[in-house]
Design a protein around this ligand. Structure first.
Ligand code: ADP
Ligand code: MG
Ligand code: MG
Ligand code: MG
Length: 417
């Protein structure tokens, strides 16, 4: 078989991967007996569930273009390489948080990985009004551990620089974020779409807001230049798979070296959109209020767990070149060390608030929307939910350096009623 890239199909997958030992073990020896379904619901790639006598796996393969748009928008296959490298690092930094990688084929841009089962996508779960026990805990730990352990706070200088160089190659996926997240929503870009005419007025207001546009470009500069840690890069509610009790993280193909607060900021932006979309998904007012309170408690927990875990790692795993213990603890200067950590966490907080606000804008004004809002059939109701998100996003970006803590963010979300 040639090594030239060829997209898989349900018909060819068995024949093409049937010879792999890992597939024989995980799925079963007789590839003819496998059931193969393409289940990709994302914007970019092919995803197959392969089932056999011995079990099932996921096969994810990159396409040479953006699935959502088609072959008019080429996108390099090497994103599978970055996804693979991110997955194995995330597994090392926060064991059990991501699907186990079973096989990687660079020339075919494909990853065979553990199938999460019976997990479903978090968005789906929340739209059905179902809670997830421990969600804030799992995501707070994941965000803190990957942030800390992928940075100069933890790694040797050589390892960190090698990783920063490796992920610096993820140019095209970063370009998607640079354009679709940080630029297009704030002017009349070609690929934008929004609920019209209901939102036209507020969209025009946003695009006239000069202070907002300046602040967003400050955040974009942080995204492009502040290579503090390996970020997941696409940590939204479609990149989390859950049961009622467990949460796992998938799809890190956008991985890059960026600001500590990027992933947790995107995530919180997604939670806030779900918060404002819920009235369209739960008709009973009390039940809806209860679920919305739960979403805000998840935000609160995610951030407080992040803080606690980051501080714990600061005290116990600070082996990198930054804030060396030789300057602090070894001199008995514990207060200075704790104070430096608090200052850094303050900076992370101000960044995450900005990223959360921008994420809310781009999911309502840009190319890629979120199902929580996009599936609302009543256009007026949908626009009312979206308008709350747009205004909250604007408030967060503009006031990110003035908000005193997560309580202030949650209060702003409640006020946007
Ligand atoms: P894309 O990069 O195209 O967004 P994803 O990695 O998000 O692709 O996968 C698309 C869908 O495939 C997910 O929404 C999920 O339903 C399913 N999926 C992906 N990985 C797994 C997995 N490890 N276990 C179970 N389902 C998965
Ligand atoms: Mg995805
Ligand atoms: Mg998806
Ligand atoms: Mg993806």
């Amino acid at each position: 078989m040639s090594n030239d890239y060829k997209p898989l199909s349900p018909e060819t997958l068995g024949q093409r991967l049937g010879g792999l030992d890992v597939m024989k073990q995980a799925v079963g020896g007789n590839a003819d007996a496998w059931t193969v379904r393409e289940v990709g619901d994302g914007n970019l790639n092919l995803v197959f569930i392969v089932e056999g006598d011995a079990g099932s796996v996921i096969v994810k393969q990159a396409l040479p273009y953006v699935r959502l748009v088609g072959d008019s928008w080429p996108l390099p296959l090497k994103r599978a390489f970055f996804e693979y490298h991110a997955l194995i690092r995330q597994e090392a930094r926060d064991p059990g948080s991501v699907p186990q990688v079973l096989h990687f084929d660079e020339s075919q841009a494909l990853i065979v990985m553990e199938r999460l089962q019976p997990h479903i996508i978090l968005r789906q779960q929340t739209m059905e009004g179902r809670k997830v026990a421990g969600l804030g805990q799992t995501l707070g730990l994941f965000a803190a551990r990957t942030a800390f352990r992928g940075s100069d706070l933890s790694m040797t200088a050589g390892d960190k620089k090698a990783d920063a160089a490796l992920f610096a190659g993820n140019v095209e996926l970063c370009d998607i974020t640079e354009s679709l997240v940080f630029t297009d929503p704030y002017y009349d870009a070609e690929m934008n779409r929004h609920t019209t005419p209901q939102l036209d007025g507020i969209v025009a207001d946003l695009r006239r807001d000069e202070a907002l546009k300046v602040e967003v470009q400050h955040m974009k500069r942080a995204f492009t230049s502040r290579g503090e840690t390996m970020c997941h890069g696409d940590l939204h509610a479609g990149s989390i798979m859950v049961t009622g009790e467990q949460s796992r993280i998938i799809d890190p193909e956008f991985a890059f070296y960026g600001p500590f607060g990027f992933d947790i900021g995107m995530l919180i932006g997604n939670y806030l959109m779900a918060y404002h979309a819920m009235p369209a998904h739960i008709s009973d007012a009390d039940a809806c209020r209860d679920f919305q309170d739960w979403i805000l408690s998840v935000i609160d927990e995610t951030w407080s767990v992040f803080r606690e875990e980051f501080l714990r790692l600061w005290r116990t795993e600070r082996t990198g070149i930054l804030y060396p213990k030789a300057l602090y603890e070894d001199q008995g200067h514990h207060f200075a060390s704790e104070s430096a950590a608090e200052q850094l966490l303050g900076e992370i907080f101000r960044d995450l608030v900005g990223f959360a606000g921008i994420e809310m804008h781009r999911r309502i004004l840009g190319l890629a929307h979120v199902a929580e809002l996009d599936t609302i059939e009543d256009e007026d109701l949908k626009a009312r939910c979206e308008a709350k998100c747009l205004k909250l996003g604007q408030f967060l970006v503009i006031n990110r350096n003035r908000l005193t803590g997560m309580d202030a963010v949650l209060a702003a979300a409640r006020r946007a009623e």
